[in-house]
Design a protein around this ligand. Structure first.
Ligand SMILES: [Zn+2]
Length: 329
């Protein structure tokens, strides 16, 4: 029987729901809005099922045609058991056996649960910018930071399941900024999109004659985003002052990439998320950081690429995870 995987990319504000076939093709994928922060578990499951059935019908598919069901969520997951161990600030997700609840909602289907960063990485690896590589280091740079390691075709899950949780811990930037997880200086806080704007605003506030401030004179700093920074950088012929400013803002995550690059020796670093709107500026920053922090002879041909699947990556990757039996041998 031809495989069709029903995929849920669950976020706090709803879910992307889709069906992936065995070649990595997304047959359909749609965003459904819901307030999963304030719903209890039976309500979340009911919402996922109701919307899935509605969309299957809309796209002329039946539940009988679905062979497997996969869901990805943020946070720390026990991937072998399919249990969501902990998502900071989301008590209704703590120690949730989501795999079992999905199995009850979709009887007869094998169910799988994985971290959303893993899912996005697997999607790009299977059907996106990572297809030609065997080993990739993947970063999601968005309102949080997340990532994954795929080495020689295998997702590195880790013994506890959080091998790619790049967003929390370590305090690489030696920062005092608290994170929702309880630690300080986490990449998810200081190198998220909001984190880097706060960094830039603080730089200009603390030093009104900052060499890059001139370029932002006519910009409402409250409305700053990665696209705006990139536009200003391009319109002004790529001034070093903006390059250096963004480099300082992103330095902790750039350093993290260099550490991981040395540890894993991947074919490519692939990044996605809203900060990816900085496009070639970000590629230059990553390549220069690798050059500065590691051995040039290893990094001179390093490949740094932007992800191409956008918000559909996680649904596709969750499908890949399910198709490969949860990536277990
Ligand atoms: Zn944290």
């Amino acid at each position: 029987m031809e495989e069709k995987i029903l995929s849920f990319d669950v976020t706090l504000t709803g879910a992307m729901i889709g069906v992936v076939d065995e070649t990595g093709n997304l047959i359909f994928g749609e965003k459904v809005q819901a307030d999963y922060v304030n719903l209890d578990r039976p309500q979340i499951i009911a919402s996922l099922k109701e919307n899935a059935l509605r969309l299957l019908e809309k796209y002329n598919l039946t539940l009988d045609e679905i062979t497997r069901v996969a869901a990805d969520v943020s946070g720390f997951i026990d991937h072998s058991m399919g249990i969501v161990k902990w998502i900071p600030l989301l008590s209704n997700f703590t120690e949730w056996n989501l795999k079992a609840d999905l199995a009850k909602a979709f009887p007869g289907k094998e169910t799988f649960v994985l971290n959303d960063g893993f899912a996005a990485a697997l999607g790009e690896f299977w059907a996106g910018s990572g297809v030609q590589y065997d080993s990739i280091l993947f970063y999601t740079l968005d309102s949080t930071v997340n990532g994954a390691i795929i080495s020689h075709g295998k997702l590195t899950i880790g013994s506890r399941g959080f091998a790619g949780a790049f967003g929390h811990g370590l305090n690489i930037g030696h920062s005092n900024v608290p994170c929702v997880c309880g630690l300080k200086g986490c990449l998810s806080t200081i190198c998220s999109e909001q984190g880097i704007f706060k960094f830039i605003m603080d730089e200009f506030k603390n030093n009104p004659s900052h060499p890059a401030a001139f370029y932002f004179n006519n910009v409402d700093l409250e409305k700053l985003d990665s696209g705006v920074i990139y536009d200003i950088y391009k319109k002004n012929n790529e001034p070093n002052e903006i390059y250096d400013l963004v480099k300082s803002a992103l330095w902790p995550v750039l350093k993290h990439m260099a550490i991981m690059f040395m540890a894993i020796d991947p074919d490519a670093i692939i990044f996605s998320g809203s900060i990816a709107r900085m496009d070639d500026l970000l590629i230059h920053l990553i390549k220069d950081a690798l050059k500065e922090l590691t051995f040039e002879r290893f990094t001179e041909n390093s490949i740094v690429e932007q992800a191409i699947l956008g918000p559909t990556a996680a649904m596709i990757g969750a499908g890949y995870f399910a198709l490969n039996d949860g990536m277990v041998d």
